[in-house]
Design a protein around this ligand. Structure first.
Ligand code: ZN
Ligand code: ZN
Length: 203
């Protein structure tokens, strides 16, 4: 009986697989897998090409899919997706640009050296801690940086001796020497009293 049964089953399978329609379907599935396998390899090649500047890695990516054969290539795609670089080159470039822009923005915000509060570019003294931020050129009366060695606006040389400078300026306004930088004020002679006083508010 068992041999009869297996014989019957065998003939059923034979007739099933020899059926033209079933064979067509099987061939179609094989061709479909083959095409998708090759397409997946090409996709991996293109995808890696977008993610690395190394010219060899796209071929390695395609090889991973090809080695996985038409029947296991889905596994190859999963492996590739796990090990591939997370970002595309375009995304890396955009992120770098955004970071640089943010950094430039942060650097452009001027803060007081004394109290780290935000201060305006054109202030000469921090209103909170009374640190000197800028000074005024005694020659042209425009704002100049504390560390400038001469005035960028009028060319006045700040490195010259104080005595000569005073004589030229004809007053004690904004004495532009290293020692004078901390004390000098654009107008009046009250620099010492201002910078020596403790901050009235804030810290
Ligand atoms: Zn300050
Ligand atoms: Zn000047």
């Amino acid at each position: 009986m068992p041999s009869d049964l297996s014989g019957q089953l065998g003939s059923v399978f034979d007739s099933f697989f020899s059926s033209a329609i079933v064979q067509l379907v099987l061939y179609s599935i094989v061709i479909y897998l083959f095409v998708v396998w090759l397409a997946a390899a090409y996709w991996a090649f293109r995808d890696m090409h977008d993610r690395t500047e190394n010219p060899a890695l796209p071929y390695v990516a395609a090889a991973i899919i090809l080695v996985a054969t038409p029947f296991l290539f889905v596994l190859g795609v999963v492996v590739y997706r796990v090990i591939r670089p997370a970002e595309r080159l375009g995304e890396v470039y955009e992120r770098n640009l955004a970071e640089e822009a943010l950094l430039a923005e942060v650097e452009a915000i001027k803060t007081c050296r004394g109290c780290d509060r935000r201060v305006d570019d054109e202030w000469i003294i921090c209103p909170w801690c009374r640190s000197r931020l800028n000074r005024v050129c005694p020659n042209c009366e425009r704002l100049v940086g504390l560390d400038w060695t001469l005035c960028a606006w009028c060319g006045k040389d700040f490195e010259r001796p104080v005595a000569i400078d005073r004589a030229v300026a004809g007053s004690t306004l904004g004495i532009p020497t290293a020692e004078g930088i901390g004390r000098a004020l654009p107008s009046g002679g009250t620099a010492g009293t201002i910078t020596n006083r403790k901050p009235a508010i804030g810290g």
